[in-house]
Design a protein around this ligand. Structure first.
Ligand code: BGC
Length: 762
């Protein structure tokens, strides 16, 4: 941009340095005489937290009213890209009105452990789903001329010591899980900014991380936007700039600018590198300025209606024994639980907003459903996890007068938030105890559960129906009524697994760690872990019920075999076989049954949400490419779809696969292996030239004679001499060539070994 170049030329070194740091808590630096205004960047992600008074990054001080949409964990359960895009557009309009240029979100860190206090702000345990959701969110906000800040880049998966923990993660896991969750969103939605996380990754802080910022984000993904620090995450700004980092937020004193000036003067930071950052920051600031729409107003009611739709479509009906839901409005309800009145519809920390409006469930019943008769009882103390007999008694009495119990359960505010991790997966004991008592009343019990992440749910047996609402936003009360009375048909599915217990979760033995968090479970996160370990779960990834029923048929692949650079089109027919209109989330997984490296049982590679009237059929169409079949091969430092046969699985959830078909993929990449003297006999046997060598060596080898005594010693009843020979052969397969030479008593020389190695490497 010519304008950017012109401004850049007019800035002194000191001015350039100052532009790379915020001017206050939320604003960038202004130079009015040069035509540069300050722009505001603020939280995010599912509502606008614009503070006009005291500022903080923990959601403590007041912010202007804004629509509180369902948080990412809830929204993601809708698996609805269009809906999330619409929410993004609405957030963009709110930013326009409030003159905010960059919204700090969405957050797309993969959920490594359900204990992470901030999981409610993240989308999924699956990077494919997560990155696509982030992409829609960004597209929505940015379509309104407002920037986003995709956060927290990267591997920020625990709140414990979040500001200095070192996430130690191998390259394949980094690429396939933690970075994949950012990659699609970065490449396809191009967020104006990316927020570098507080933590270290493999020994280097994210704001200065050479591998993450320079090698991957800038060079490989071609990211041209601004890399901004999480609030106060910068450590060594000049070093960060060399790696592709730009903007320190918030303002932390002139001394920070001086460090950049000094670094340029003493030659440790080149001025071109500084200029590149300034160019990117100026481009963002000018974009923000050009897109300001002073005087614009968003429609509060319309946005509330969208929040209501989103809450209803994100709710997941986990179980529904004896069709306990929907209920007739003529039935008398016992509404029980303090959470019905003090609804936990958002999480704590920097995403905490002041809603434009909110009615609790009781207010919704009173105002919108005057015909419904109900009684209310508190049931449990919300702040103290102690059983209060008086409360329980009151609840039982209320249930006694009703046809059905509508019970509100969940995590109190202080149990889960940004800034700390949970230590267990339980909801308060007093709530579980209450449910047990109520289930004995003989009345059907319908639970609405409010958490930001999975909880242990052995108590679910005592309930007839359970809805996972998550932190469903300011319109949660209205959405619950719609779902309860069947005005909305549940259509959300879980974007994360509900384990049976904490000890079953992928990193439960060590999570969270303090100085070094070692990601020992590697790529086996979420359902990738539970499936591989064959662990039963409470509710599987992708699970969610509806008031209607669905049939899957006619799975078609447009080819039976393909090269890895071709596209495979997959179609499947989805029919609504029930008597209510509804939406179904169709999931496509790819399975590599013959892989040469450890891989998950299957991986999500496509999803579609289809709407059908009763009896209607719709076709879901998916396109798969190389990446859908590939794993990250560290030898070639690239994605690699091994030649072989893969299975395409289509289903209603990860544990409900309805249809499957095979496709053969041929790789266009030949991996040239390099060998050394430690090449094993087994590796040699995998290649024709190697087989000849081994056969040649074996030709001169005699099986040792086994004496009768020796035989007696090594054989048991069922073995015979051939079996023993086989065992020796199996052992031999792992013998390195050089060791075979060592043990050949001079028959096989070191020169011969080197000759073979040289030949193999030709
Ligand atoms: C959070 C960010 C947030 C920032 C500003 C930090 O503590 O990690 O997500 O955007 O504060 O409030």
């Amino acid at each position: 941009m010519e304008k950017v170049e012109k401004i850049l030329q007019s800035l002194t070194l000191e001015e350039k340095a100052a532009l790379c740091q915020g001017a206050s808590f939320w604003f960038t630096k202004e130079y009015p005489d040069k035509g540069i205004e300050a722009i505001m960047m603020t939280d995010g992600p599912h509502g606008l937290r614009k503070q006009t008074g005291e500022s903080d990054h923990l959601g403590i001080n007041k912010s202007v009213p804004s629509t509180c949409f369902p948080s990412a964990a809830a929204m993601c359960n809708s698996w609805d890209e269009e809906l999330i895009q619409k929410i993004g557009e609405a957030l963009g309009e709110e930013c326009q009105q409030e003159e905010v240029s960059v919204l700090l979100g969405p957050g797309t860190n993969v959920k490594r452990s359900p204990l992470c206090g901030r999981n409610f702000e993240y989308f999924s345990e699956d990077p494919f789903l997560s990155s696509n959701m982030a992409k829609s969110h960004i597209n929505g906000v940015q379509s309104k001329g407002i920037g986003t800040s995709l956060k927290h880049f990267a591997v920020n998966n625990q709140e414990t010591r979040r500001m200095n923990v070192d996430a130690v993660v191998d390259e394949r896991t980094l690429r396939e899980i933690y970075l994949a969750s950012f990659e699609t969103a970065v490449r396809e939605a191009k967020p104006w900014t990316i927020m570098a996380a507080y933590n270290k990754v493999n020994g280097e802080y994210c704001c200065e991380n050479h591998h993450l910022l320079k090698e991957i984000l800038r060079d490989e993904w071609g990211y041209e936007g601004v890399v901004v620090s999480d609030w106060s995450a910068t450590n060594d700004h000049p070093k960060g700039m060399e790696e592709g980092f730009d903007l320190r937020m918030p303002y932390a004193g002139e001394v920070k600018n001086q460090k950049i000036v000094d670094a340029v003067k003493n030659g440790t930071l080149s001025e071109e590198v500084l200029d590149a950052s300034v160019r990117r920051i100026l481009t963002m600031v000018l974009r923000g300025m050009e897109n300001k729409k002073p005087g614009s107003k968003y429609d509060v009611l319309e946005h509330h209606a969208l929040a209501r739709q989103a809450a209803a479509e994100s709710a997941v009906l986990l179980q529904n024994r004896g069709n306990a839901v929907p209920v007739e409005k003529t039935e008398r309800l016992a509404v029980i639980g303090s959470l019905a009145k003090f609804m936990r519809f958002q999480g704590g920390g920097s995403s905490h907003v002041t809603p434009t409006m909110h009615r609790n469930f009781l207010e919704v019943l009173d105002n919108d459903y005057p015909e419904v008769s109900y009684c209310y009882a508190r049931g449990y103390r919300l702040k103290k996890d102690m059983i209060d007999e008086e409360y329980v008694e009151e609840a039982l009495q209320c249930a006694g007068e009703a046809d059905r119990v509508v019970l509100f359960l969940g995590l109190p505010n202080g149990w889960e938030s940004e800034g700390f991790d949970r230590t267990h997966l339980s909801i308060p004991d007093n709530q579980i105890d209450l449910l047990k008592c109520l289930s004995k009343s003989g009345k059907p019990v319908i639970v609405f559960l409010f958490t930001g992440a999975p909880v242990e749910m052995s108590w679910a047996e005592q309930a007839d129906a359970v809805f996972a609402m998550y932190t469903a936003g300011q319109a949660a009360g209205e959405a619950i009524a719609e779902l309860l009375f069947g005005e909305a048909n549940p259509c959300g599915k879980l974007s994360e697994t509900y384990p049976l217990k904490l000890s079953h979760t992928p990193c439960s033995l060590t999570y969270p760690q303090k100085e070094r968090a070692v990601y020992e479970e590697g790529i086996f996160v979420g359902y990738r872990y539970y499936e591989k370990k064959e662990l039963p779960v409470q509710y599987a990834f992708g699970h969610g019920l509806s008031y209607t029923t669905w049939e899957y048929s006619n799975l078609c692949l447009d080819k039976e075999s393909m090269k890895d650079n071709e596209v495979l089109t997959v179609t499947v027919d989805i029919t609504n076989t029930g008597n209510r209109a509804g939406k179904e989330i169709v999931q496509l997984y790819v399975r590599d049954p013959e892989c040469s490296v450890p891989r998950p049982v299957k991986e999500l590679k496509g999803f579609r949400k289809v709407f059908c009237e009763p009896g209607e059929m719709k076709q879901a169409v998916f396109e798969l490419n190389k990446r859908s079949f590939a794993y990250y091969n560290t030898e070639i430092a690239d994605w690699y779809a091994e030649s072989g046969t893969y299975e395409i699985l289509v289903g209603a959830s990860s544990d409900d696969i309805r249809l499957r078909k095979a496709v053969t993929v041929e790789s266009t990449i030949t991996i040239k292996k390099t060998y050394d003297a430690y090449v094993t006999m087994g590796e040699l046997m995998e290649i024709p030239a190697g087989q000849q060598i081994v056969n040649g060596m074996m030709a001169g080898y005699q099986m040792p004679e086994i004496s009768p005594e020796e035989k007696e010693r090594i054989l048991n009843d069922e073995d015979n001499v051939e079996d023993v020979a086989m065992d020796y052969a199996a052992m031999g397969m792992d013998m390195p060539l050089t060791k075979v030479a060592d043990m050949s008593e001079g028959a096989f020389t070191e020169e011969a070994v080197m000759g073979i190695v040289q030949m193999l490497n030709q």
